[in-house]
Design a protein around this ligand. Structure first.
Ligand code: SF4
Length: 86
């Protein structure tokens, strides 16, 4: 849900940039230069949806808690059912 609705504005930290440089992830570095509000994340594959950079995804994605406060806020904003954190 969040990858589809908010991934176009994918956030990342300097630590992500440093890791991607060290890993030689040039394509990621190029793609993150373009932010498109309300668009799916550029790293999300078409159905079946999956993160194409899962192993090196940004910290913001690694630490997003399903059922956490940001998740609940986003789901509420879009009128979706809210689930408790596992
Ligand atoms: S990088 Fe992967 S986990 Fe993060 S928003 Fe994009 S598709 Fe989702």
């Amino acid at each position: 849900m969040c990858c589809i609705e908010y991934g176009g504005e994918l956030g990342y930290y300097q630590e992500d940039i440093a890791r991607w440089k060290a890993e030689g992830e040039i394509e990621i570095l190029v793609k993150i230069g373009i932010k498109v509000p309300d668009a799916p994340c550029t790293f999300l594959s078409d159905e079946p949806y999956r993160c194409t950079i899962y192993k090196t995804r940004p910290y913001v994605c690694r630490h997003f808690v399903n059922g956490g406060t940001p998740c609940i806020d986003l789901r509420t904003k879009h009128g979706l059912p809210v689930y408790a954190a596992a």
